[in-house]
Design a protein around this ligand. Structure first.
Ligand SMILES: Cc1cc2nc3c(=O)[nH]c(=O)nc-3n(C[C@H](O)[C@H](O)[C@H](O)COP(=O)(O)O)c2cc1C
Length: 174
């Protein structure tokens, strides 16, 4: 049987929740670790699931560091973000993160869903960005933050498990 590992970075728990859902859909005994606790040698795994929280349109710093130094042929990326997961911003964030991986197109599959935004960040944005600024917390952004408060929800968890199962199928057929 192929071997997998789930590694994630999570400040406030959203990405960790998705990491655990993914792990629950992988073969029993698959490790699920925070990136701080990643094994130094990842060569024994057939595919690495790597999860990040979106930070200014790409992976958070800790995940960036890991992705840049990886040389693994099979990577499945997953992420959570405050914005609409169907937005161009979400697609760009995944693409920006995957572009950090060295090697010939190692991305096997990817998944992204919404996650609640730290209220402190929202307050900071309100103070920093005046009305009319592209990052101002206007009505539209407030609505996105309200929706984000409900995520990751059960549907996100179920979709993450489907993503894990699909990834396994792809890896098994490689
Ligand atoms: C410093 C900072 C920058 C962020 N940048 C973005 C961003 O560019 N786009 C976005 O949609 N969400 C952004 N977010 C929201 C987080 O990606 C989102 O809340 C995520 O689910 C947090 O995951 P975690 O609970 O695993 O830390 C940012 C959050 C923080 C704290």
């Amino acid at each position: 049987m192929k071997k997998y590992i789930v590694l994630y970075s999570s400040r406030t728990g959203n990405t960790k929740k998705i990491a655990e859902a993914i792990c629950s859909a992988l073969p029993a005994g698959t490790p699920c670790r925070s990136i701080d606790e990643a094994p130094t040698d990842l060569n024994g795994y057939d595919c690495l699931f790597i999860g990040f929280w979106v930070d200014r349109g790409t992976a958070d710093q800790q995940t960036q560091q890991l992705l840049r130094q990886l040389s693994h042929p099979h990577i499945a990326l997953f992420a959570t973000l405050g914005a609409d997961p169907c937005s161009q911003h979400a697609a760009d964030s995944l693409r920006n993160a995957s572009a950090l991986c060295p090697g010939e197109n190692p991305l096997v599959h990817s998944f992204i869903c919404q996650g609640k935004v730290d209220p402190q960040l929202i307050e900071q944005m309100k103070r920093m960005f005046p009305p009319g600024h592209p990052h101002a917390v206007d009505e539209k952004r407030e609505a996105i933050h309200e929706e984000a408060k409900k995520h990751p929800n059960e549907a996100d968890v179920a979709a993450a498990k489907v993503f894990a199962a699909e990834t396994v199928k792809r890896v098994e057929n490689m």
